[in-house]
Design a protein around this ligand. Structure first.
Ligand SMILES: [Mg+2]
Length: 491
């Protein structure tokens, strides 16, 4: 129902549909209409599903071996998580959104809130339709867009748009919320609050709005009261402010059990680099670090440890002074590792946690740090600033040309710890060696969405099966894919 055009403020939620699966399908058009699942870091669980896989009833977090029969029966395509590709596609999508709506907030990897103030709602609707087409044409991703006076209503509008087969853009005006929208699907209402509401017979938006403010506050506190205001069309959630993390952790399981110290140290160095990047991104320094090692189940069971299944070894060390310099933190992390590492044991995981985090401006130098050296600079301060410039330059290079392109030498001592990721697709947009190769076959495929893409990592074209092999659905004779998963040289 069209309302009289009036200039108001609007919240717009742009949400990519099945983002990880869509990124894979954008570069492999032959997968567009097939059930597709994306796996976790070590190829264990399904963390993202295409619409067709959802329709088969496969839940998030399902172990891939639980659905082995289903994979064969329906020709489900399973790929390892290609997070470098997803991060880059997200960055491109956010860039396009910013061109249309400069006032925006990146809410997650595949969602953004945009704000339009004092503009005609009909024009905003038309602009969103253009934005949607632009994103689809530029990066091959479908997005659903919700327009509403508040964030919560925009979320509901985007959810309705997602199920709309035609426009995929939906607008909700103040006071026009669907009263039958289920309460458990409202953004911002958690599981415990939902239970309390259902226990009182409140099952939908209409029921929630019929409660008084006092009742709402009694059931779910200030958060639920804010949600109620938002549902009434009164903005109660300000733009999300960037919050500094109090601790930063990075830990991953190895692709296979590891015994060698060099392999554990290499993994720890890479994870420390990632933690330091996050530390610098929020302009903070750390005062303490903890290194954790986890033994394999078999090793822990056979050991004399009182813990029957897992044995976690950890050590916490204070840093001599708060810092965010990668080189310095890696040196202390490795010293900590040497304290807990036991030879001839099998390890399955290593991780680091940085704590005592404070703003960079809070660094206090000592009286001796400010003593001037021969070159006229304060020795310690000059070294700190120089190291910070080097780290920042490396962060920029890695962000632009591929994650972990420049790493400390300790990270390159061993590759036996690399995650499995046996079915990872090429990182098309960030690695020159893995850039998609255009020829007649895939021009046809990308333009008409009919034939499979031809790509190759080693500059060779070899006719083999694609990543999934299904005897019941033999591939077309012209289907040419890389015979091997992409190089695992980089973690
Ligand atoms: Mg999404």
């Amino acid at each position: 129902m069209k309302q009289k055009a009036c200039k108001k403020s609007f919240h717009i939620l742009i949400d990519a549909d099945n983002f990880f699966a869509s990124c894979e399908q954008a570069f492999s058009p032959q997968w567009r209409h097939k059930p597709l699942g994306v796996l976790t870091h070590n190829d264990g669980l399904i963390i993202a599903r295409s619409a067709r896989l959802k329709a088969l009833g496969v839940k998030m977090g399902t172990p891939v071996w639980h659905i082995a029969d289903l994979i064969k029966k329906h020709g489900i395509i399973i790929v390892s998580g290609n997070h470098e590709l997803y991060d880059d596609m997200s960055m491109r999508m956010m860039g396009i959104i910013r061109q249309y709506f400069p006032h925006m907030e990146e809410y997650s990897i595949d969602e953004a809130f945009a704000y339009a103030v004092d503009r005609d709602p009909e024009k905003i609707y038309a602009q969103c339709m253009t934005l949607q087409r632009d994103i689809r044409r530029s990066i091959g991703i479908n997005v659903s867009i919700g327009i509403a006076p508040t964030k919560t209503l925009a979320k509901i509008a985007a959810d309705i748009a997602k199920h709309d087969k035609v426009d995929k853009v939906h607008r909700i005006d103040a006071g026009a919320t669907d009263p039958n929208y289920p309460v458990e699907q409202i953004w911002g209402i958690g599981r415990q609050t939902t239970k309390k509401l259902l226990a009182r017979g409140i099952t939908d938006v209409g029921g929630l709005l019929s409660l008084s403010n006092n009742d709402v506050r009694r059931i779910g506190g200030a958060n639920l009261l804010r949600t109620r205001y938002e549902l009434l069309g009164v903005p109660a959630l300000p733009p999300r402010t960037y919050q500094t993390q109090k601790t930063i952790s990075h830990a991953r399981s190895f692709g296979k059990p590891v015994t060698a110290l060099s392999a554990v140290a290499a993994a720890l160095s890479v994870y420390t680099v990632q933690a330091c990047i996050r530390l610098r991104a929020q302009q903070t320094v750390a005062g303490k670090l903890q290194v954790r090692l986890t033994l394999t189940e078999r090793q822990a069971t056979n050991s004399t440890s009182p813990h029957p299944l897992y044995q976690h070894l950890s050590v916490t060390v204070p840093l001599p002074r708060p810092t965010n310099a990668t080189q310095e933190i890696i040196a202390h992390a490795l010293q900590a590792l040497y304290k807990i590492y036991q030879p001839h044991r099998q390890y399955k995981k290593v991780g680091i946690t940085l704590s005592d985090i404070a703003p960079t401006s809070a660094i206090q130098y000592t009286l001796f740090d400010t003593q001037k050296a021969g070159d006229g600079y304060s020795t310690r301060i000059y070294q700190t600033q120089k190291q910070h410039r080097i780290d920042t330059a490396i962060d920029h290079i890695n962000a632009k040309y591929g994650k972990n392109l420049i790493l400390p030498a300790t990270a390159l001592c061993s590759d036996s710890w690399y995650p499995k990721q046996a079915k990872r697709t090429p990182r098309y947009t960030t690695r020159w060696r893995e850039v998609i190769r255009m020829d007649d076959t895939n021009v046809c495929s990308l333009l008409y969405n009919r034939h499979p893409v031809r790509y190759n990592l080693d500059r060779k074209l070899v006719p083999v099966l694609p990543l999934e092999h299904d005897a019941n659905h033999p591939p077309a004779t012209n289907r040419l894919c890389s015979p091997h998963p992409p190089s695992q040289k980089s973690p």
